[in-house]
Ligand binder design. Structure first.
Ligand code: DON
Length: 581
């Protein structure tokens, strides 16, 4: 199967712009390109924020009420999640912030993904025999890449926000000083990482109680993290990457066997990347660019699926078709995707409809295609925690952001005196191309470790737009993120509300391992039976997965609706426009 090398433009707009001069009278052109569309002139009747924690949702609304825009609110929410959801994301991690500015339609993806330390080497997690050493890329400071979140927050505030950092970081500082209460979800995640957390006294002191999983309702205060946030509020990125905080981070990382240096901190750069665009039956998709695999895989799957009438299929054919699309997109993800600053990605080709047509031709309806029959044999890992939030302000500015420290509680290592929990995002690299990682999955050459390189991610903050509806969505969930966003997109395209996208039962295929992973009750028993008869292997998961935060602005009815995934403890809150404001 070949990837066409044909030149192409990613968006319909681009194609139309190319063709129109040949087919349309000049006045048509004028109408098309100078008259603002309804979307550009209309503003939403409300602001809306959906996050994984009620305190973070409130922090975002507080920031909007103080005169901030969606971008200031994104800074406030990100920083507050770092405090109240420490297992999911934090100053010691990174993420992708997808921004849409209403005034001029400008869109960008702020890439605050962690980078491998400059002293990192390709084989740093292998023993003398060349075998992967279990745990080395997951626990402790050697597992930690250079954090990008502090630089990204400063970048977003300075370039796109209206408020000083002092203002947008205030709710997070307050939450760190006042504390937050342990929930059942927190307990589950702490139990999962208990051993690693116990190994680092600072982590155990902050996030455990008597060296054990804290009880529900236990209050966790983080004065050192408050001080680090204050340093960022005062000195911007220097508050984290230079001075007292940097010194403490570097000293404790080095002492515990890590390889960070001041040069890593000085050279860390946020990168603005052009988002990935695609189209599915009248819905325009805007999603994460590499080093996330999300946007490209999502568009490949939707391009394949646009050749079918899913709505008219029975459950068996529909599930089979979606699974085969997933399988093919994840095969390509494994083969071609990595940090675009290091590897050449055939981006345009992978998202081209002609390529999807080729893939479609390989799908059979009488049987599953064994993954081994498809060329390529690699894949990358998932994870167990991370966070997503979505924001719409009253001007129509939007943010979709997915942030991570990878595993729950990251590397389970806190640098004393900083409150900063380090990520273990190095595990998102393939420690040894072709060899399974901790999740039993394997990675590709494109995602091998190199100094200063960003590990491949699945995080997929996404915007969806149809003629009269605009959506903002995303979720944590490791390698399953992209298929969750796919299923959400299909729900949107079918005309359903955020509640349906967030709550719908989920299934997933990622090329390897060659099986359909499904939530309990995601596929009826009869269909499961028929799918196995077609050659699919099914595995019902013990637990549900994902934590989608979704917003919808229906410009036709001028209503805003929102949903926080019922699987999580988050909150989606809509605040109606106050005319007096
Ligand atoms: O960037 C990635 O793809 C992973 N570090 C995300 C991990 C994750 O979503 C875990 N969530 N449940």
């Amino acid at each position: 199967m070949s990837i066409p090398t044909a030149r192409l433009t990613n968006t319909d707009a681009g194609i139309i712009k190319q063709l129109l001069p040949r087919i349309a009278a000049p006045w048509v052109l004028l109408l098309l390109f100078t008259t603002p569309s309804l979307a550009e002139t209309q503003t939403p009747p409300a602001s809306a924020i959906a996050t994984a924690h009620p305190i973070a949702t409130a922090a975002g609304h507080e920031t909007l009420a103080a005169g901030g825009n969606a971008f200031d609110a994104a800074v406030a929410v990100s920083a507050t999640l770092a405090v109240v959801e420490p297992m999911g994301s934090g100053l010691g991690g990174g993420g992708f912030w997808l921004l849409h500015r209403a005034s001029d339609g400008f869109e960008t993806m702020v890439d605050g993904r962690e980078r491998a330390p400059l002293a990192a080497t390709r084989n740093m997690y292998l023993d003398e025999k060349g075998e992967v050493v279990t745990g080395l890329s997951m626990d402790g400071p050697l597992a930690a890449a250079i954090p990008g979140q502090p630089a990204a927050l400063v970048h977003i505030a300075e370039r796109y926000g209206r408020l000083p950092l002092k203002k947008s970081l205030a709710p997070a500082i307050r939450a760190a000083l006042n504390g937050f209460q342990v929930t059942e979800h927190y307990r589950d995640q702490a139990r999962f990482r208990l051993e690693a957390m116990r190994r680092n006294p600072e982590t155990a002191h902050l996030f455990l109680h008597n060296n054990d999983v804290p009880p529900v309702g236990h209050t966790i205060k983080q004065p050192a993290l408050a001080a680090t946030l204050k340093a960022i509020a005062k000195d911007g990125r220097d508050g984290f990457y230079r001075g007292a905080v940097a010194k403490k981070l570097l000293a404790s990382v080095t002492k515990a066997g890590g390889i960070w240096s001041q040069r890593d901190f000085d050279s860390y750069q946020v990168v603005e990347r052009t988002p990935i665009h695609g189209e599915y039956k009248g819905t325009r998709i805007t999603s994460a660019a590499p080093p996330s695999s999300g946007g490209i895989a999502l568009i490949t799957m939707l391009n394949i699926l646009s050749g079918y009438e899913l709505e008219e299929m029975n459950e068996l054919d529909r599930t089979h078709t979606i699974v085969e699309a997933m399988r093919r997109a994840y095969r390509d993800r494994a083969e071609y995707l990595g940090d675009p600053d290091f590897v050449q990605i055939p981006m345009a080709q992978l998202t081209h409809p002609d390529y999807a047509s080729e893939l479609r031709e390989t799908i059979r309806f009488d049987r599953a295609t064994p993954s081994q029959e498809l060329k390529g044999n690699t894949l990358e890992q998932g994870g167990v925690d991370t966070t997503h939030f979505s924001i719409l302000d009253e001007e129509g500015n939007r943010v979709a952001a997915t942030l991570s420290i990878n595993y729950p509680f990251g590397a389970a290592f806190v640098a004393p005196g900083t409150g900063v929990l380090l990520n273990d995002e190095m595990d998102d690299f393939s420690a040894k191309p072709g060899t399974p990682n901790a999740y039993g999955l394997v990675g590709a050459e494109a995602n091998a470790i190199a100094p200063g390189k960003r590990p491949l991610s699945s995080m997929s903050p996404t915007f969806l737009e149809s003629r009269d509806r605009t959506a903002i969505l995303g979720t944590p969930g490791g390698s399953r993120i992209i298929t969750m966003v796919l299923l959400g997109t299909l729900e949107f395209a079918a005309g359903n509300e955020p509640q349906a996208w967030a709550s719908r039962p989920r299934f997933h295929h990622q090329f390897l391992p060659d099986l359909i992973q499904l939530e309990p009750n995601a596929i009826s028993d009869a269909t499961q039976q028929q799918l196995s008869e077609r050659g699919h292997t099914l595995k019902t998961l013990k637990n549900n997965y994902g934590n989608m935060q979704a917003l919808l602005w229906n410009r036709g009815t001028n209503r805003v609706t929102a949903a926080s995934d019922p699987r999580g403890g988050g909150e989606a809150l809509i605040k109606q426009h106050q005319p007096s404001k």
